[in-house]
Design a protein around this ligand. Structure first.
Ligand SMILES: Cc1cc2nc3c(=O)[nH]c(=O)nc-3n(C[C@H](O)[C@H](O)[C@H](O)COP(=O)(O)O)c2cc1C
Length: 209
């Protein structure tokens, strides 16, 4: 059994939809045990309301929130962690950062060394920093000692030119549009499934399971 957990933050549900696709891909691998968790939201209710996020947050309210008492089991206990974060000023969200910054004790115990780490993202605009979000996230994964896996060019969907699409060798991604109205395309969701499957296959090999 190879254990893969997907940890995401989302406000308007784009990353949530991508996370479900990543999970579906991971589940295709025989012997995979796949979990999906969201990080705690730190924005107050009135701010979420102003952002028009009350309804979109409800779409994934059923997904368990990973709290500090769960870090050992959910994060350190997995063979692979696949993180999903919206882009904020070209980087991960503060909500995701807060979880990573809470891993100090487990980091000092080498709890993540040799585990597989991977990242996917979304942004409002096509060139709004998807690559910098994923690559800067990778720095933290390297500090934790993780083996980084991206989205290889073997996944040809990232090379298409006939439609607007996310996806890069660094990881799957989607473009939400300035007003958040664009939903992940089938091409982007397929890349997310590929990433989930690919990470799981590699984690299975590394774990010898
Ligand atoms: C404070 C803030 C900063 C943002 N920074 C960027 C950015 O640097 N580039 C960009 O393209 N979109 C940016 N966005 C748009 C978000 O990336 C977009 O809303 C998000 O990817 C949608 O994902 P979600 O539906 O899962 O929340 C920003 C949004 C907020 C609220």
């Amino acid at each position: 059994m190879v254990k893969v957990n997907i940890i995401f933050h989302s406000v308007h549900a784009h990353i949530y939809r991508m996370a479900e696709a990543v999970a579906a891909g991971a589940r295709e691998v025989e012997g995979a045990e796949v979990g999906i968790y969201q990080v705690p939201e730190t924005l107050p209710e009135d701010v979420l309301e102003k952002m028009g996020a009350i309804e979109t947050k409800k779409l994934f309210a059923h997904i368990p929130v990973v709290t500090r008492d769960m870090y050992e089991e959910v994060l350190a206990g997995a063979d692979a962690l696949i993180f999903g974060t919206p882009t904020r000023y070209g980087m991960m969200t503060a909500q995701m950062r807060a979880v990573l910054d809470g891993l100090g004790k487990l980091w000092s115990e080498d709890a993540f060394v040799g585990k597989v780490g991977s990242v996917f993202t979304s942004s409002g605009t096509q060139h709004g920093g998807q690559e910098s979000t994923i690559l800067s996230f990778h720095v933290t994964l390297l500090h934790l000692g993780m083996v980084i896996v991206g989205l290889p060019y073997a996944e040809k969907r990232q090379t298409i030119m006939n439609e607007i699409t996310g996806g890069s060798p660094y990881g799957a991604s989607t473009i939400a549009g300035g007003d958040g109205s664009r939903q992940p395309s089938e091409n982007e969701l397929e890349m997310a499934r590929y990433q989930g499957r690919h990470v799981t296959q590699i984690a299975k090999k590394i774990a010898g399971k």
